[in-house]
Write a protein that binds this ligand. Structure first.
Ligand code: GSF
Length: 204
């Protein structure tokens, strides 16, 4: 398998952590979807990374589809429960975590890619309020539990850990740990896992 992605993308990181937890081999093809010579448009009409190329050249996107495929590939360390209530709850954790990444990525683009005079302050504030609300929601949901769904690591933890790592990368001034001690405890535990490859400083 080949994974098209960039090192700063949290969605790509989520997929790479799942690949590591599942002990699956792959080749990483670095690609910046924002450059004119990006390869990803040949495989994903939306022009976004991550994109997983299977050995028969079939392409899978987006990250939620890819992780579901990867989890079903091998029984090693199941990350997504079988169909039913528990599975839906894992998917809801993932949806909330992805939503944090969506809002943080949107804020980064608005603040660092759009010319200063054209930036929309209300819209930036709206994205930040989504992040704050989702963090409070997830912190309460986690409570004193060891992991998102109880005693075992699953996709929910990987998604949440990836979202928190992305906040550290792109929004370090947010200080999310101050108000969310439960999530901070989870992040510390997750970051100690070898599968949780570190986030790199943002590309220039
Ligand atoms: C989001 C992928 C995405 O926005 C997923 O895979 O889960 N829902 C999708 N990827 C960004 C890079 S990043 O912000 O992580 C991307 O490829 N953007 C290029 C573009 O043209 O929007």
């Amino acid at each position: 398998m080949r994974l098209i992605g960039s090192l700063s993308s949290p969605y790509v990181r989520k997929v790479r952590i799942v690949l590591a937890e599942k002990k699956l081999d792959y080749e990483l093809i670095l690609d910046n979807p924002w450059t004119p010579d990006t390869q990803v448009t040949a495989y994903n009409p939306l022009g976004k990374v991550p994109c997983l190329l299977l050995d028969d050249n079939e392409a899978l996107f987006d990250s939620r589809v890819i992780v579901e495929y990867l989890d079903a590939l091998s029984p090693v360390g199941r990350l997504i429960p079988p169909p039913g209530r528990e599975r839906v709850e894992v998917k809801r954790w993932e949806a909330a975590a992805d939503g944090i990444m969506d809002a943080a990525a949107a804020m980064f683009l608005e603040a660092h890619r759009r010319p200063q005079g054209l930036q929309w302050a209300d819209w930036l504030a709206r994205q930040e309020s989504k992040i704050q609300a989702a963090l409070s929601y997830l912190d309460t949901l986690l409570g004193e539990q060891a992991y998102c769904m109880g005693v075992n690591l699953c996709l929910a933890d990987i998604a949440v850990g990836t979202a928190l790592g992305y906040l550290d990368l792109r929004s370090p001034t947010l200080g999310w740990r101050d108000q969310h001690a439960n999530l901070a405890r989870l992040a510390e535990k997750l970051d100690a896992r070898p599968s949780f490859i570190s986030t790199r400083p943002p590309a220039a």
